[in-house]
Design a protein around this ligand. Structure first.
Ligand code: PGA
Length: 252
């Protein structure tokens, strides 16, 4: 396998307690340490981040926040800033996840978050994806627009520091992932859009897939989907499933 597969564990609003979070983290850290083929990023709920990151001094797991505000401070009740996330040792931030877009996060917010993350030397994990598909190919228009706006403030020279996740809403939390061949087509389309907006560097954009990734579909997606890794929800909040997923990736 060329390079390591990037696996972003999006715990979403799980688990319920710090105690369970520590247990889950500890199990996943061990799995990550055993794995030769994966590079693991864990995105716990922000309230657990500092304690988890302070008990871990290794280099096999990196931390992400699932969301953060682009401003450094101010009157934003209920928010945390990227600066605070960085101070708690998050190196990555998920931006524009479909579940946050459904709560009102806009492409303009995504643009500001991506730019703010890069200026803090953090890695933005920008999520794009349509909510449903039409025979007319409306999904391509949606994705092109999300890319255009989300990456608008990214200099071509900074593109290698961005992770792009294609995660269509209709595959999140479902029984099966997307067909790898369709992912491949979408990856080609995404690169084409980014080459148009940012030049030739767009060809090497790092593209991940998200949506019902598990031990059964990961290997085929890696082989045929033209992706470098995954954003994983459910299979990342059960330690045994996460271990099986990394195992499946080893054999891809
Ligand atoms: P899922 O979630 O793996 O449970 O489908 C993925 C995500 O929303 O990040």
């Amino acid at each position: 396998m060329a390079g390591k597969t990037i696996v972003v564990a999006n715990w979403k609003m799980n688990p319920a307690t710090m105690r369970e979070a520590k247990k889950l983290f500890d199990a996943e850290r061990k799995t990550a340490e055993k794995s030769r083929g994966s590079s693991v990023v864990i995105a716990p709920p922000a309230i657990f981040l500092r304690e988890l990151s302070s008990m871990y001094r290794g280099s096999k797991v990196a931390f992400a926040v699932q969301n953060a505000h682009f401003e450094a401070g101010g009157a934003h009740t209920g928010e945390i800033s990227l600066v605070q996330a960085k101070d708690a040792r998050a190196k990555y931030v998920i931006v524009g996840h479909a579940e946050r877009r459904a709560e009102g996060e806009t492409d303009d917010d995504a643009r500001k978050k991506v730019a703010a993350a890069l200026s803090l030397k953090m890695t933005p994990i920008l999520c794009v994806g349509e909510s449903s598909r039409t025979d007319e190919g409306e999904q391509y228009d949606v994705v092109r627009e999300q890319l255009r706006l989300g990456l608008a403030d990214v200099a071509a020279s900074s593109l290698p520091r961005v992770l792009l996740v294609y995660e269509p809403l209709w595959t999140i939390g479902k029984a099966t992932a997307m067909n790898p061949r369709e992912m491949h087509q979408m990856a080609i389309f995404i690169r084409k859009c980014v080459v148009e907006s940012h030049g030739e560097g767009g060809r090497s954009l790092k593209i991940l897939y998200g949506g019902s990734v598990d031990e059964k579909n990961a290997a085929a997606m890696l082989r045929e989907g033209d992706v470098l890794g995954f954003l994983v929800g459910r299979a990342s909040v059960k330690a045994d499933e996460f271990a099986k997923l990394l195992q499946a990736i080893e054999t891809a």
